[in-house]
Ligand binder design. Structure first.
Ligand SMILES: NC(=O)C1=CN([C@@H]2O[C@H](COP(=O)(O)OP(=O)(O)OC[C@H]3O[C@@H](n4cnc5c(N)ncnc54)[C@H](OP(=O)(O)O)[C@@H]3O)[C@@H](O)[C@H]2O)C=CC1
Ligand SMILES: O=C(O)[C@@H]1CCC=N1
Length: 269
């Protein structure tokens, strides 16, 4: 069996994974991609030098299939793949919500399935990829999955029962930070700063705070306390955040994301 990896449904996440595989040294000849539109296939061929093929051909030719279509498109894709995928392949699903059991029901008995929730920082090798084994996936399959995702960031194994929460926190997580940066940049405009200057300040504050969170090992409360001087500026802002229920809003927001992931379990609309 070849060491070929196929990415099926190469959109934003699929393309990010292809670029990661190539950056990690996988030869382009070992990477196949599929796309729904011919112009997209041509774009991927040109950009990465990989072969773009049909879904059935990818399923026949690759030993690892990474499925990165939207949950709502997974049913159609599985119908195309099922005749060609057996227990000698590894199927990795990157979709939100859809459980490994859903794939197992549609594939040949014993087909190993691994569910992965990654996030867009895969583009800068700073992803978090949260990994769970289906009922036929062995340690070897998990290691093969980690081999694909480790070069593009961190990996974490969790029981599949935690995947919907991981999707809410980690898969969607970057979007919350972009939302905050966008809102804080607007606040800079309100305070009279030019947009570019405000954006520069906020992005650097986000980078600095993220690096400190990751590298200091300190609890976020301690880091925030170090910024918050008695009778100073920060506590004036924190009071407003608490008055406006930002903490409660985050709890509700992540619960809503978790619930939506659960709704997508059946490749739902
Ligand atoms: N975006 C994110 O931050 C994250 C997304 N995910 C998951 O990754 C998956 C993909 O998301 P994302 O990359 O944002 O979505 P995209 O829409 O960018 O990518 C999906 C791609 O699949 C293609 N496609 C759909 N059906 C088929 C098919 N039958 N055969 C071949 N290609 C097909 C689509 O084609 P077309 O362009 O024609 O629509 C599209 O290019 C989702 O399941 C999502 O839950 C996981 C973590 C983070
Ligand atoms: O919004 C979504 O459904 C996808 C899954 C996680 C991040 N983006």
């Amino acid at each position: 069996m070849s060491q070929r990896v196929a990415v099926l449904g190469t959109g934003k996440i699929g393309e990010a994974l292809v670029s990661g595989l190539l950056r990690a040294g996988k030869p382009a000849s070992d990477v196949l991609v599929t796309a729904r539109r011919p112009e997209r296939a041509a774009e991927l061929r040109e950009r990465y030098g990989v072969e773009a093929v049909g879904n059935a051909e990818a399923a026949k030719a690759a030993d690892t299939l990474i499925l990165t279509v939207k949950p709502q498109d997974m049913g159609t894709l599985l119908e195309e793949l099922a005749p060609y995928v057996g227990a000698d392949r590894l199927v990795i699903s990157g979709a939100a919500g859809v459980p490994t059991a859903w794939f197992e029901e549609r594939l040949a008995p014993g087909t190993p399935v691994v569910r992965v929730m990654t996030n867009t920082p895969v583009l800068v090798d700073e992803a978090m990829s949260v990994i769970s084994a289906g009922s036929h996936a062995s340690e070897e399959h998990l290691l093969r999955t980690e081999e694909i995702f480790k070069p593009v960031g961190k990996t974490l194994r969790v029981p599949e029962s935690q995947q919907d929460a991981a999707t809410a926190l980690s898969g969607s997580g970057p979007a919350y930070f972009y939302f905050l940066v966008e809102a804080m940049t607007d606040a800079g405009i309100l305070l009279g700063l030019p947009r570019a200057v405000a954006a520069d300040m906020i992005v650097q504050a986000a980078v600095g705070a993220s690096v400190m969170l990751r590298d200091s090992g300190e609890h976020p409360v301690k880091l925030r306390e170090a910024v918050t001087s008695p009778a100073g500026t920060t506590i004036a802002a924190i009071r407003e955040l608490e008055n406006h229920g930002v903490r409660a809003a985050l709890l509700s927001a992540l619960e809503a994301a978790r619930n939506r992931s659960q709704e997508l379990a059946s490749g739902g609309k």
